[in-house]
Design a protein around this ligand. Sequence first.
Ligand code: IYR
Length: 225
Amino acid sequence: MEKKEINGHPHIRYQRPEISEADLKTKAESFFVEMNQRRTVREFDSRPVPLEVMENIIRTAGTAPSGAHKEPWTFCLISDPDIKRKIREAAEEEEKISYSHRMPEGWKADLKPLGTDWKKPFLEEAPYLIVVFKQSYGIHEGEKIQHYYVSESVGIACGFLIAAIHQAGLVTVTHTPSPMNFLSKILGRPENEKPFLLLPVGYAKNETYVPDLQRKALEEILVRY
Ligand code: IYR
């Protein structure tokens, strides 16, 4: 490995493998085709998923870039049925209030095509739940560590996580029960961690249907200069 000091800090040479323009095109296209197959799925098969698969998915999420490389994230992986039940009960309690009182009619109308309601059976049916926490600050040997761009960093890591889940052949739903401080309590997380996203992960149920959604066309999301 080629090493070099830059500004008094160790650096290593970084190189991507040589790639032809033709291969570049094929790879970019095939990754799009793969990612375009991803759909949010709310119905899970109870078939177990090997732990090492989940560990590698979380490893992948941990490769995301972060502000000043502070890696301000914690991924809680839950397979314990008692904890899953507690999370489901608490989430449904909040969601019941949200759907009946907190969400304006317009919001509920926007969700109609997705068919969501306060019931969250997937929180018990999926073999794993991943609860992502963002660390407002870090702690090392009792000292506070400044974190930067925490939401952006954790959001990007969640993107990597979702891509890794899909690439492995599994499915997920980005669930954000609101408020979600119950997750800190159930999982006993420290004060510097705030719940960010809850993702059930598993195989899609055998006969499952998802809304027939269309994605925006390239011309609607791309502005060329
Ligand atoms: N958090 C609620 C409501 C909900 C909100 C949005 I925006 C969605 O895209 C889907 C659901 C729930 O999980 O049901």
